[in-house]
Write a protein that binds this ligand. Structure first.
Ligand code: PMP
Length: 405
């Protein structure tokens, strides 16, 4: 495999020879994305959705065109269902403040998987505190599996909202969203899908998943930082109150109150990140050009190669599934008696960028009794040679820390 050198598309990877395998934290940006953002400021910069002069109309067009690209990317019915936010975190908080706080009450339950990123835990803890509802955690098996028994017990007649990641940012496992949304809907609950780690790696069809809400960040799928997406079913978004109030999200304002703007603008208060949206649209077009089939195949091959290499090294333990296909390019591991911060410093000394720590998933690591790991995460633009260099450094960590082997 790996005929084309995709790194050529990424300016940073041309000028900086680092081995960047911290893609789950944020992805590198291809030139087409950087150019799209630059082009907005060079050719269309004005405040979108406000002026009637040509520049403002051009800015509005760039912003609204990007929304249509996102709509098609996740197969939503309407651009009214696509809300631009800053990131996944803001998208999930929007649902928590606007939907959960206005729909939940004491005695209700919010079902949250134990493997969630803090961004998909803390908003629900907050909503529970504000409404009197309870957060109920769905514990997973060591490989990330949520068993039928766990799901049946955790999603019950008290459940009003289920919050679940499509892919764990630590285990890399893919959760069965379609099945979980059926279970949620059977008890009258809504399902909120955190797609931060899935959107860059696999096709998403919100209708097929029957997701009520789905959130992702532009920066993890090679778009700019500061632009994110919340998808919501139109009927739900229609009846939800705004999350933030201010300019551009109203039809009219009096000294007593306001009539809110139509969707999606009701949820986009203040000046929007139009350049970021244009960059995100360029990232999606870039992904579409390569195709998820190629992306998935390359990332699986890289992951398999890494896991096979790590499996041969004594004292190294990969967490999660044994099947590389259930890792979505994410390989978190421990090395006996070496702290992940030391591992990542040794990696950095060899020019390899990985993440160390709890990966904003402390409840999962506490539950798994692992506490800290080193995480490598691959994208299709990584190469087999880079994986070999990574495995070789891992193989030498203990020796470099002063252990015999
Ligand atoms: N959910 C998951 C699964 C993530 O991996 C991340 C980012 N690490 C987030 C949510 C939060 O994304 P952001 O910081 O872009 O809001």
């Amino acid at each position: 495999m790996i005929e084309k050198n995709y790194k050529e598309d990424f300016p940073l990877l041309q000028t900086n020879k680092t081995i960047y395998i911290d893609n789950a934290a944020t992805a590198q940006k291809p030139a087409v994305v950087i150019e799209a953002e630059k082009r907005f400021y060079e050719e269309s910069n004005a405040n979108p959705l406000r002026g009637f002069y040509p520049l403002s109309l051009a800015a509005t067009e760039a912003y609204e065109d990007a929304r249509k690209v996102v709509r098609d990317f996740i197969h939503a019915d309407s651009e009214k269902e696509i809300i631009f936010t800053r990131n996944t975190t803001e998208s999930l908080n929007l649902v928590a403040y606007s939907y959960a706080c206005s729909h939940l009450k004491a005695g209700d339950e919010i079902a949250v998987s134990i493997m969630e990123h803090h961004s998909n835990i803390l908003p629900w803890q907050m909503a529970a505190r504000m409404t009197g509802a309870t957060v109920r955690y769905l514990n997973c098996e060591k490989d990330g599996t949520l068993t039928d028994e766990t799901l049946a017990a955790g999603i019950n007649e008290k459940t009003k909202l289920v919050a679940i990641g499509q892919v764990s940012n630590v285990l890399g496992c893919v959760n069965p969203i379609k099945k979980i949304s059926k279970l949620a809907h059977a008890v009258g609950a809504v399902i909120v899908v955190d797609a931060a780690q899935s959107a860059p790696h696999m096709p998403i069809d919100v209708k097929d998943l029957d997701a009520d809400f789905l959130a992702f960040s532009g920066h993890k799928l090679m778009g700019p930082m500061g632009i994110g997406v919340l998808y919501g079913k139109e009927a739900l978004l229609e009846e939800m109150p705004p999350f933030m109030t201010g300019g551009e999200m109203i039809q009219s304002v009096t000294t007593e109150g306001a009539v809110w703007a139509e969707l999606p603008h009701k949820f986009e208060a203040g000046t929007v990140n139009a350049a970021g949206a244009a960059g995100l649209a360029a990232a999606i077009s870039y992904i579409n050009k390569i195709g998820f089939e190629t992306i998935e195949q390359r990332e699986l091959e890289l992951t398999r190669h890494a896991m096979e290499g790590l499996a041969k090294i004594p004292h190294v333990h990969v967490i999660g599934s044994e099947d590389p296909a259930n890792h979505t390019g994410i390989v978190a591991f421990t090395i006996d008696n070496v702290h992940p911060h030391d591992v990542s410093e040794i990696m950095a000394a060899d020019g390899i960028d990985v993440r160390a720590g709890h990966h904003c998933a402390q409840p999962l690591l506490t539950y798994l009794k692992v506490y800290n790991t080193t995480r490598a995460s691959f994208m299709f633009y990584n190469t087999i040679e880079e994986i070999d260099a990574f495995v070789e450094t891992v193989a030498n960590v203990r020796r470099r820390m002063g252990y015999g082997e």
